[in-house]
Design a protein around this ligand. Structure first.
Ligand code: CTP
Ligand code: MG
Length: 229
């Protein structure tokens, strides 16, 4: 394959507050990780899939991937994550096949991201030849505040975008930016920009919201219930 998708699922899910790592929490009868793989296995062009899992759940991750893939394949693998999301992505990058030209990095926690969003960022990275991230306009009024809870100003919302994953990059650019990273960044686009790269934005998808809190898990369950009724 030409495209690889690194699915980072090695976080603990502190804010969700369940006794097991977030990617292994059930979402309407199947794990968050399993659900997050559905759109990826539905892609028209098969991609290399690298799932990054916690050491404690490697076996479970293998079972989930094998169940989704239907058969063993060297284009599907599970690797152990690190202490930070960035370390987990780095661990996924080390598993890329030689044929890979484009890398998508995706949060397993965005379990309902649709296949169309993956197709959109892949098409755009191919035509733009640079990194591409999905983003949505911000609908709330955003204030800048200080540490003593004083409102300083209203931020111009028209210049803001709330970004999601999958984020797509030319392989060589992403690998070089990771090699050069000297600190932690909150997403891969920030890391690329720190290395001097430029990144484009495309329309995100409301279904690609990140399951972070118990409230988000409820919302995801409700959306699945709506879809099946
Ligand atoms: N992630 C990872 N390795 C880490 C930390 C995070 O692979 N060391 C992954 C998570 O599994 C998740 C994605 O990065 O799919 C986004 O991170 P986040 O939503 O913050 O998940 P957690 O770090 O698990 O949650 P929390 O911050 O609440 O502990
Ligand atoms: Mg986290």
């Amino acid at each position: 394959p030409r495209v690889a998708i690194i699915v980072v699922a090695a976080g603990s899910g502190t804010r969700l507050g369940k006794p097991l790592p977030k990617a292994f929490v059930e979402l309407d009868g199947r794990s968050i990780l399993s659900r997050s793989l559905d759109p990826i296995f539905a892609l028209a062009d098969p991609a290399q899939i690298v799932v990054v899992a916690p050491l404690s759940h490697l076996e479970q991750a293998h079972d989930i991937v094998a169940h989704s893939a239907g058969m063993a394949s060297d284009a599907c693998s599970v690797v152990v994550g690190g202490d930070s999301r960035q370390a987990s992505v780095a661990s996924g990058l080390a598993a890329l096949l030689p044929s890979i030209e484009v890398v998508l990095v995706h949060d397993a926690a965005r379990a309902l991201a649709p296949a169309s969003l993956f197709e959109r960022v892949i098409a755009e990275v191919d035509s733009a030849g640079r990194g591409v991230i999905p983003g949505l306009a911000v609908s709330d009024t955003i204030k800048r505040v200080d540490s003593s809870a004083t409102v300083l100003e209203t931020v111009d919302r028209s210049q803001l975008s709330a970004v999601q994953t999958p984020q797509a990059f030319p392989r060589a650019e992403l690998v070089a930016a990771y090699a050069a990273a000297d600190r932690e960044f909150t997403d891969d686009a920030a890391l690329i920009q720190h290395a001097g790269g430029s990144v484009a934005i495309v329309d995100g998808d409301p279904f690609a919201f990140k399951i972070t809190t118990p409230w988000d898990l409820r919302r995801a369950e409700q959306l699945l219930a709506d879809a099946s009724s």
